[in-house]
Each structure stands twice: as structure tokens, then as C-alpha cells.
Design a protein around this ligand. Structure first.
Ligand code: KG4
Ligand code: ZN
Length: 381
């Protein structure tokens, strides 16, 4: 299909069925996927969704090493793309457009993905669509459940934590977020502190099953502030102090100490996310005055059973429908990037041949003030 540049104010692509190849490489997962859907209509078909994880490469370092990630992406991208096309049973010739994460993220990885996508698009003259990785997460409930705009999204991963009111394919309002660490990062650092493996979230959750969440009193930062902002770095420091005191007193940590610390830490994160989500739901109801609103979650931390459980109850209390996409679509993947490309095609004035550049920082809500903790290069998100 030849995609013309849409004239201002109208879009001939609306209601057309398109097949999109998505590419994702902004952090530590190399991913490619093929998604089919109707432009302007919620709900898509995932024809393939390939993810090559890099956990084992980063595990010895207790966190993602950007140089290792970039090299692994460069080595694996073409294999993932070929596998995605193969599994979907769609040759490259039948792909209508290529959609790629062009930020925010680790710049080496983002560049690898963008170069791969350009390499595929240029010789075939296919449209190339640059996608904000966070928009991919934020639009996932449209792919999986065809949710109507507007809806509320809690994005909670290793690098991000924010409440977003999703008003349209390119219309996002940030309602609050972390002013320092992301919860996943805090889980990973806690796991490292207690000598558990990487990634930390699942390890801490496992350990917490046998723990007493009330033994160690940990702070719930910023709960008294009447907004949706959160802070997680103090929690980690408080836990370190408790660990150091136990080590000094007993010469080491017992298994039960570890379990109790994990349980206390997990409970503190769950409580902050639940309380702030409750507030975000209240603000959302006030702003959009709608009944039967949806709150959705995405990001690796949404895999945590305690957090999911508390959020489900909170949503019920608030009269919201709680939506958690399947785990494979909560964590980083390329199906969400392909889908976000399809959503972008519905915008008036959509240009299928717009130049795309790799951006390490790219806030989703262009109107919101940067959160505290954003560096000299600008707001991370
Ligand atoms: O969304 P994701 O796969 O990647 C990005 O950060 O973009 O999220 C990974 C994060 C890691 O920090 C990991 O420790 C955390 O999600 N995580 C969890 C759980 N599973 C993964 N955190 C808490 N509980 C879990 N079960
Ligand atoms: Zn992500």
C-alpha cells in the first residue's frame, strides 16, 4: 500500500487495515513484532511478538550496562526482525509501515534500533514512524482491550513511574510521578543490597513471601502531599541503615532478616503506589467527569502480585475498571511500538516520511514542567 502524506485536517488512512513492523531496543530487551489493525479503531491483532532478553548479560553487574546493551542490540536486531516476520507469516514486502522506538532510553540502544529501521525502510520506501517508548506503554490498553480515550495509566517500571491521563494517540497529561528513583530501580537496588539476584523485583517478591512486613518500620515518603508525586530513594536508604545495624549487631543477616526486609520494603512500595493511585483516580474523575473510567498499569513492577492486588481493590473502591495487560505486554516489547505507530497514523496531518532522530530524553507530556531530578540534558520523561 502506498501511504500518501495526509492533508492538513484530514487523513485518508482512517479505517484502512494496515500491518506494521515494530522495533524496540531502548533498554535491555531487543524486540520485534508484527501487528495488524484498523487505523483509528481500538484493538489490534498481534501476529508475532519476539523479545530477546539480555538479563544474563547484565546480571553479573547487578544492573543494565549501557555499552553491553547497545552491542547486544546491534547483534540481535536483524535476527529478531526476521523471526518476527517469519512467525507472523508476513514477508517484508507486505509490511505497510515500520515503527521504531526513537526515545527516550539508553542512546546506544535507541540508535541501534533507529538505524536498523532506517536500513529496512529506505530501500523499500516504506513509511518509518518514530515512537516515544512511553507512548508505547501508555497506548497498550488500546491494543489489548480497545479502551476508549481518555483513560488513566500508571506506568511503573525500572526506569519510570508516572500517572498519565491518555487523551489521544499523541495527547498525554502527566498527573504526577516519581521525583527520584523508579520503583523497579528501588527493587533492583534492594535486591543488590541484600545479596539477591538481578533483576531484583522477582527476587524480592519471592523472598518476601516468607517475611513479616511489619517487623521493620520503613517510611512512606510524600504520602502527606496532596498530589500524585512519589519518592522512593529514601526508602532504599532507610533499608540500608537497618541492614547495616543488623550486620553490626549480629555479624550478618539471617534468612528471616532478609525475608522480613523484603516484605517490609515491598509493602511500603505497594502502599505508596496504592495511595497515590487513589489520588490520581480522584483527580481523573474531577478532570474528566466520567463514569466507568479505566485505570491501567504497565511496566515490569506491575507483575508484582501484592501491588496488583492492592491496585485492583483501590480501583474497585474508586469505581474504576482495573486493567493489567498480560505480562508480556506490560514489560518492554515491540508489539506496543508497532501499535503506537498505527495510532499515530490516525492523526490529522500524519507524515509517513517525517525524519526521525534518536532522543535519549523525551517527555511524554510536552506541557508539563520537568520532574525534580531531571538532569542538564533536560527532562527524562
Ligand atoms: O518494564 P520493564 O521490563 O523494563 C523497564 O524498566 O523498562 O521493568 C523492569 C523492572 C525491573 O526493575 C524489575 O526488577 C521490575 O521491573 N520487576 C518487578 C517484578 N518483576 C519485574 N518488580 C517487582 N515485582 C516483580 N515481580
Ligand atoms: Zn519500558
Amino acid at each position: 500500500m502506498v501511504l500518501p502524506r495526509a492533508a492538513k485536517g484530514c487523513n485518508h488512512l482512517i479505517d484502512q487495515t494496515v500491518t506494521i513492523l515494530g522495533i524496540e531496543s531502548s533498554c535491555d530487551d531487543t524486540a520485534a513484532a508484527v501487528v495488524r489493525g484498523v487505523v483509528g479503531v481500538g484493538g489490534g491483532a498481534i501476529l508475532s511478538n519476539v523479545v530477546a532478553r539480555q538479563e544474563s548479560l547484565h546480571a553479573p553487574f547487578g544492573g543494565v550496562v549501557p555499552e553491553i546493551a547497545a552491542r547486544a542490540h546491534a547483534e540481535r536486531l536483524d535476527v529478531c526482525v526476521m523471526q518476527a516476520l517469519d512467525e507472523a507469516g508476513v514477508p517484508l514486502a507486505d509490511i505497510d509501515a515500520i515503527s521504531v522506538t526513537s526515545g527516550p532510553g539508553l542512546i546506544g540502544g535507541v540508535l541501534s534500533g533507529v538505524m536498523c529501521a532506517k536500513g529496512l525502510a529506505a530501500p523499500t520506501s516504506k513509511p518509518l514512524i518514530g515512537i516515544n517508548h512511553l507512548a508505547g506503554h501508555a497506548l497498550t490498553p488500546r491494543l489489548t482491550d480497545g479502551v476508549k480515550f481518555p483513560y488513566l495509566m500508571l506506568l511503573v517500571s525500572g526506569g519510570h513511574c508516572q500517572f498519565i491521563a491518555v487523551e489521544g494517540p499523541d495527547d498525554f497529561r502527566r498527573m504526577g510521578g516519581t521525583i527520584d528513583d523508579a520503583p523497579g530501580e528501588a527493587f533492583d537496588k534492594t535486591a543488590k543490597l541484600l545479596g539477591l539476584g538481578y533483576p531484583g523485583g522477582p527476587a524480592v517478591e519471592r523472598e518476601a513471601r516468607n517475611g513479616d512486613p511489619t517487623r521493620f518500620k520503613l517510611p512512606r515518603p510524600l504520602l502527606d502531599r496532596k498530589n500524585c508525586d512519589m519518592s522512593f530513594s529514601g526508602l532504599k536508604t532507610a533499608l540500608r541503615r537497618k541492614r547495616d545495624r543488623l550486620m553490626a549487631e549480629h555479624g550478618g543477616l539471617q534468612r528471616q532478616d532478609r525475608a522480613d526486609m523484603c516484605a517490609g520494603f515491598q509493602q511500603a512500595i505497594a502502599d505508596v503506589l496504592t495511595k497515590k493511585s487513589h489520588r490520581a483516580c480522584t483527580f481523573f474523575k474531577e478532570t474528566y467527569a466520567m463514569n466507568g473510567a479505566v485505570i491501567a498499569v504497565a511496566g515490569g513492577v506491575a507483575a508484582n502480585a501484592l501491588i496488583r492486588g492492592q491496585l485492583t481493590d483501590m480501583a474497585h473502591d474508586q469505581g474504576f475498571k482495573f486493567l493489567a495487560p498480560p505480562l508480556s505486554l506490560c514489560t518492554d516489547n515491540a508489539a506496543m511500538i508497532a501499535w503506537a505507530g498505527l495510532e499515530k497514523m490516525s492523526l490529522p496531518g500524519f507524515d509517513p516520511h517525517a525524519e526521525i532522530i534518536a532522543r535519549p530524553r523525551w517527555p511524554l507530556d510536552k506541557t508539563a514542567a520537568p520532574m525534580l531530578g531531571s538532569g542538564k540534558k533536560g527532562a527524562k520523561a
